[in-house]
Design a protein. Structure first.
Length: 115
């Protein structure tokens, strides 16, 4: 399974970004997909997950600001990020857990929130 995350960049506080994670090499619709982030000097942090059935779960730090979604026809997961704060600055990574409970990570996309 290969995961390709993109959509990061520089955004001002209060702004929005949409990240994408394109998957290949598996039956995407059967994967549980998640977003994590890792800021410099900090541990990797869970952000959100979406099951094959579309059930979502969010970390308290992003609940109400971030929205995870998936398009199974495009083998792609998204993370809509609104009301961004400087503390959201990090490398954002996508993770897939397949039907057979094997975990894969993408390479990450960098988000910088700064004025």
């Amino acid at each position: 399974v290969q995961l390709q995350a993109c959509g990061g960049g520089l955004v001002q506080p209060g702004g929005s970004l949409r990240l994408s994670c394109a998957a290949s090499g598996s039956v995407f619709s059967r994967n549980t997909m998640s977003w994590y982030r890792q800021a410099p000097g900090k541990e990797r942090e869970f952000l959100a997950t979406i099951t094959p059935g579309g059930t979502t779960n969010y970390a308290d730090s992003v609940k109400g600001r971030f929205t995870i979604s998936r398009d199974n026809a495009k083998n792609t997961m998204y993370l809509q990020m609104n009301s961004l704060k400087p503390d959201d600055t990090a490398v954002y990574l996508c993770k897939a857990v397949t039907y057979w409970a094997v975990t894969y990570w993408g390479q990450g996309t960098e988000v910088t929130v700064s004025s």
